[in-house]
Design a protein around this ligand. Sequence first.
Ligand code: ZN
Length: 581
Amino acid sequence: MVSPIVFTGLTLDQANATAKFQSDRGAKVTVKADGAGTYTVEVTELAPGSGQPAAIAPPTFSQVADAMRKIIAQLNADQPPSLALKQSLTAANQKLLAAVDAIASADVVAAAAAVGDAAKQLQDIIDSGTANVDSIQPILGSLGIAVKSPGAAVPAQPPAKPPASGGGTTGGSNIAPSFSDRVPIPPRNQMNIGLSACKESTMLAKFGRPGELTRDCSAAKGAFLSRVRQKFDVGPFKVTGLDYAVESLLQVFSDVRKDNQLLYDQVKNEGMLCVRARRHTQDHFSNHSWGTAIDIFFGTEVVPQGAGLAHRGNLLLSPYFNQHGWYWGAGFSGDSVDSMHFELADETIARIPSEPMFDAALVPQPAAAPAPAITGFQVDPKAAALLGDIVALIDNAQPIRQRFAGVSFAGTLSSGQLAFQSELQLDTDGWPDGKDRGDSTWQPDTTLQYTDGSYVNANAVPYFVLPGSWFSQFGIKVGDLGAIVYKDKLAFAVFADVGPKSKLGEASLKLFRQLGEERLRLNGQVINSGMGGGVTTIVFPGSKPDAAYQNEGELLNYIHGRGSALFAQLGGHMPDGFDQV
Ligand SMILES: [Zn+2]
């Protein structure tokens, strides 16, 4: 019998590195990266007397987080799962939470066992006929496990049960874990994937100098102040920080709350905006200086900087922050390791608009921002998978000369469609309850009307807005349809409202929701915040029916049916089981 092997110091500096090191008891270990976020750990030789050589491929933090996200998506689907399925999915999610803990403790065996338990739970769902293979396979796929047909044996993925010797860190304890427990920080290659700490040069270039470089918090100064929102309610607490950052936190905690109410209830904040130097490199500004970083803790005591430990709650929160483009300070090196610290990543800061994204009434607009240079059509792999052959059509599109702020590309396809890639601003027009709900430009009416003269409800109908008169040169009419792709989301929508001449990239509350960006708070108030860039819109001229739309139901059916047909004809790919209504 052998007791669990603990590997320490697992750090890889480069995505494609191979690293070798020894475990605490002399096992020789090789870590190989495939460059796409998957790391293979091989134990090639164990110390004498400790048993046979073994090959273990433990699950990674990101694999487990990805599987959990897919489970949550099913639990929160527009058509909720049956009670039985809900219970089974929730149980599988619990096992995955245990796996996260085990990975954080570098307990390879326990992590694999917990993932195995989750896999068995998921396989049981298929065997019991509660759900079909197609809905479960993607979850198992994230974990690198193939599903078996109904009735087949349970996947043989997990290695043998953890040994029963004392000192093991696997389950069996009856003491409920606390969010303020201090747990080891995961290896750096298992968090912050695709995200980097934000460089001071990026912040200075985007927002300017935030004030004086003092040791303790000093007054914020400069133009970026117009973007700072004071005492903004992000759910569990109020914070003062940059507009984009506080709105993003609201989204983070809204996601957390859906999955884990206890975690949401217990999270605490130790401060956001504070103009000061970094603690360890005092000639540089901390990112707290612009209000794009926040310190989070649980219980009564924070985890000090430099401690190689994290509150269990921070560990559980980190995938949510990462998903919303926040870098976790647990990934800093040496004395700078800061597990309570989350900041908007360098990649995220680069993406957010240089001008405020919110109500003119709330935030003063800077003087006429110049239109950014056209940077060209760029598409991430998930969006490319949905767009299929349309990517090539857009690459060969005839560019449109007129420039719009926030638009990286606009052109016409050889088959006549208009395509553009942009940020989206939020439109709540036509939403009957929209008055005084947070969008100061709300109007009860939309350009498109039903036959009885009523308007299109922004909270119920996915629609987009095009600039006045500009659209007609492409043969587009109000009522035509479009397909919108953002990352792994696809939605169809109707052109329902004509907007200002200078603005391209605006969409209804419902379309935002279908693209994965909820803008309606639980209290019914709108979060008046845009999204993107990188949102691809394709408009189909001549796609509106001859007769006017009679009512919302008919319009929704038409958008879905005709929209998917047009998108598929052009070479787009519908995701499996796609059903947006
Ligand atoms: Zn901090």
